[in-house]
Ligand binder design. Structure first.
Ligand code: DX5
Ligand code: ZN
Length: 231
């Protein structure tokens, strides 16, 4: 899989969600849906009923990012409803292995998110359980924040871990991704890019997606072939 763009509807008009998704349908790969419960993060957005309604109206697969206190209780239901990717937070899950397996068993891609201050190294042994790692490049809770460059070394480490194990795991970044930041995230090894403000704040959201994709493709880290450099 190459570069993928997953626009976040957090920055869209919540009163016209179906139309807002239609606007990006030809240009985007996913629709990123931010579920917030006002406990794990200090903001409240939407939950399963709205996701079920979106599933009936979206031509794109849903990428559900659960910023909620009890993902073990709720995450499998998003997969069962038909979301094609479900992300839980490492900081919130009490039984991440069981929950990730339940997401996969329900037919969705299972993904684990890490906040900026959460190290990747502690989750190395869980890599076989995930289809994607989401590295937050802002503190979660709100759109329109500044990209945190301090996450770049973690993106590189995560990409090296994935490569070292020869796994096909996508590496998503979320927060402050825009034309002036996407290149360094791509260069560090990210391949799935969430963008809220940079897409829905643009006059032409579809054109903004194509611009972001072109910038990321230009900088995408080229995989080092296994065994390269060895005698
Ligand atoms: C933040 C959310 C993001 C947010 C990104 O907690 O997880 O998905 O919508 O918005 P931008 O791209 O505006 O930073
Ligand atoms: Zn998100």
């Amino acid at each position: 899989m190459g570069i993928q763009i997953s626009p976040s509807i957090l920055s869209a008009d919540f009163a016209r969600l179906a139309e807002e998704v239609a606007v990006i349908s030809d240009a985007a790969d996913w629709v990123h849906v931010d579920v917030m419960d006002n406990h794990f993060v200090p903001n409240l957005t939407l939950g399963l009923p709205v996701v079920e309604a979106l599933l009936r109206h979206s031509a794109l697969p849903l990428d559900c990012h659960l910023m909620i206190e009890d993902p073990d209780r709720w995450a499998p239901a998003y997969a069962e409803a038909g979301a094609k990717s479900v992300t839980i937070h490492a900081e919130a899950a009490k039984a991440p292995v069981r929950t990730l397996r339940m997401i996969r068993a329900a037919g969705a891609r299972a993904s684990l998110a890490l906040n900026p201050a959460t190290p990747i190294d502690a989750y190395e042994d869980l890599l076989d359980e995930v289809d994607m790692i989401l590295l937050m490049t802002v503190e979660p809770g709100f759109g329109g924040q500044r990209f945190l460059d301090l996450v770049l070394p973690k993106i590189r480490r995560a990409r090296d871990l994935i490569r070292g194990r020869d796994l096909d795991i996508w590496l998503q970044v979320d927060g402050g991704v825009a034309a002036d930041t996407i290149e360094r995230a791509a260069e560090a090894g990210a391949d799935v890019f969430v963008a809220g403000n940079a897409v829905y704040g643009a006059a032409d959201p579809a054109a903004a997606i194509e611009d972001l994709r072109a910038l990321a493709e230009k900088k995408a880290a080229h995989p080092r072939p296994i065994g390269f450099g060895r005698a």
